[in-house]
Design a protein around this ligand. Structure first.
Ligand code: IMP
Ligand code: MG
Length: 180
């Protein structure tokens, strides 16, 4: 797996530091409120697991699974709900936890959907951000590390279902895409 990597864009240490900073802010901002973290599967689970262990106030959590990518490197713009949350979010403060905001289409759709269920608030927290790729305007209240417009894997992010278990955010060697 290591042989497939071209470069490390974001180190373990940088991810860890940013996660702690975001968790500190979230713990302060949601003090005394009922907070529900909603992880976006599959990629968001790695960041969610790290983030929630740095949050110092009580939290509930659940997962949603949406599909917009298949195993290609281009967004289809189509968001399909594959798994919905089981819990009731009425009057709860919802924080969507995502691995990476790219075009913003996935999160825009998710936020709109969750807002129809009567939550007290819906905000967004992301580990990584590619602002140059945005197609729709979307507010990211807890913004992670900004990365350039390059396809990345690791820290939950995959290419064709692989590389999610890399602890850093990496670019892949061009030969990996040639072999498709
Ligand atoms: P958006 O709807 O375009 O913002 O899609 C965001 C989602 O697409 C992310 O949560 C990832 O699952 C996936 N994605 C976007 N860019 C990359 C990438 O560089 N590598 C792997 N997955 C990506
Ligand atoms: Mg995702």
């Amino acid at each position: 797996m290591r042989n497939d990597i071209e470069s490390i864009l974001v180190s373990k240490e940088a991810l860890n530091e940013k996660t702690k900073e975001l968790a500190r802010r979230i713990s302060q901002d949601y003090e005394g409120k009922e907070l529900v973290l909603i992880g976006v599967l599959k990629g968001g689970f790695v960041f969610l697991a790290d983030l929630m262990r740095e949050i110092t106030i009580p939290v509930d959590m659940d997962f949603m699974s949406v599909s917009s990518y298949g195993d290609s490197t281009k967004s289809s713009g189509v968001v399909r709900i594959i798994k919905d949350i089981d819990i009731n979010i009425t009057n709860k403060h919802v924080l969507i936890v995502e691995d990476l905001v790219d075009t913003g289409l996935t999160l825009k759709h998710l936020k709109e959907l969750l807002n129809t269920r009567g939550p007290a608030s819906v905000k967004i927290c992301t580990a990584l951000d590619k602002p140059s790729r945005r197609k729709v305007e979307i507010e990211v209240e807890y913004e992670g590390i900004e990365i350039p417009d390059e396809f990345v894997v690791g820290y939950g992010l995959d290419y064709g279902g692989k590389y999610r278990n890399l602890p850093e955010v990496c670019t892949l060697s061009p030969r990996i895409y040639e072999n498709r």
